[in-house]
Design a protein around this ligand. Structure first.
Ligand SMILES: NC(=O)c1ccc[n+]([C@@H]2O[C@H](COP(=O)([O-])OP(=O)(O)OC[C@H]3O[C@@H](n4cnc5c(N)ncnc54)[C@H](OP(=O)(O)O)[C@@H]3O)[C@@H](O)[C@H]2O)c1
Length: 316
């Protein structure tokens, strides 16, 4: 079994999810965590990845590295989204299997599920229907990773696990309005509205779609939980179990930031799917549950935003 001296490799530790995993493990005393930046190790290079894992022989690999991006980026670079993500995960998973690494935790996202899945989305709905076309390139790469993990578990009885988180937010999020997700975009818009004394802030869509959010430190704790426990299944959703409308979310963020002006909804902009909630019952039966409520989580994220707004850490 794993212990606090076990060598753990976190791939993609500079990212939002990887940095949360690093915090979660350090916080409980893991003392032998290894990391490599992209300039030190390009994970699309199979030979370099194999040599690195052979040299280091970690007990576990946590794979949070990925080429991630929004609709626009997926649309412009479909080949890179499909190829680079398959390369990164294939290189890490095959090195782990060939070098007999004990544990592998593969991170994907809930976009792997069909566009019209019944709600809340259960793990069994994978491949039950067509994907959302805009991010199919990314989703297909991630689905192939999920299937590799499942195949290794089935054929070689490996304790390898895939985790599919819902929408995440928290430190190291992307606050660039051209590419950011809804929560960091709202936070930045209200912040700018406040500091620039704007009488109104314009938001996209009707505000009616419902979405689920999880603080990335809760995901970090889910990864820690899975690292320390022999898991019975290969695929787990990781969510907060609660959704709310974008309108409700915007009110929470407006209050947190302290913006006093008016919210204008630009209904000419698309709403996207009306509701997206994943079913996290399976991982909750394994003993993990989230602990950061949305209001506290947003307040912590705004504190982080303010503390990092001028530094290069924040991607503005
Ligand atoms: N953010 C969310 O809301 C969310 C929600 C659900 C699931 N997830 C999943 O969580 C995982 C991580 O997402 P994230 O938001 O943390 O992304 P992120 O902040 O962009 O981090 C990804 C990391 O991967 C690294 N990376 C990419 N290509 C690499 C390569 N060829 N060689 C070495 N390193 C490479 C990046 O390095 P650089 O820093 O050098 O670019 C970056 O540090 C993804 O699988 C994603 O689907 C995220």
């Amino acid at each position: 079994m794993v212990n606090k001296d076990s060598k753990i490799y976190i791939a993609g530790h500079n990212g939002m999810v990887g940095s949360a995993c690093l915090r979660a493990l350090k916080q409980v005393g893991y003392s032998n965590i290894i990391t490599k930046s992209r300039s030190e190790l390009d994970l699309t290079n199979q030979r370099d990845v194999h040599n690195f894992i052979q040299e280091e022989k970690p007990y576990a690999i946590i794979d949070t590295a990925a080429k991630v991006g929004g609709i626009l980026a997926n649309d412009q670079y479909p080949y890179e989204f499909l190829m680079e993500n398959m390369q990164i995960q294939n290189n890490l998973i095959s090195a782990a299997h060939n070098l007999n690494i004990q544990k592998f935790i593969f991170l994907g996202s809930s976009c792997i599920y069909p566009k019209f899945s019944p709600q809340p989305i259960k793990e069994e709905y994978l491949l039950d229907g067509p994907l959302e076309p805009t991010n199919q390139w990314y989703a297909i790469a991630k689905i192939s990773g999920v299937k590799l993990i499942e195949a290794l578990r089935k054929q070689y009885k490996r304790d390898y696990v895939s985790l599919m988180p819902t929408n995440l937010y928290g430190p190291n999020d992307n606050f660039d309005l051209r590419t950011s997700h809804v929560l960091p975009a709202l936070l930045r818009k209200f912040h700018e509205g406040k500091v620039n004394n704007l009488s109104n802030v314009e938001l996209w869509g009707s505000g009616n779609p419902k979405r689920e959010f999880l603080h990335v430190d809760d995901l970090g704790n889910a990864v820690l939980h899975v690292l320390e426990k022999k898991m019975s299944k290969s695929l787990y959703n990781v969510g907060s179990g609660e959704d709310l409308s974008i309108r409700e979310l915007s009110e929470i963020i407006r209050t947190t930031v302290g913006y006093q002006g008016t919210i204008l909804w630009d209904k000419s902009k698309p709403d996207g799917t009306p509701r997206k909630l994943i079913d996290s019952e399976k991982i909750s039966k394994e003993g993990w549950s989230p602990s950061i409520n949305l209001i506290d989580g947003i307040s912590r994220t705004y504190e982080w935003f303010l503390a990092n707004i001028k530094s290069a850490e924040i991607r503005l």
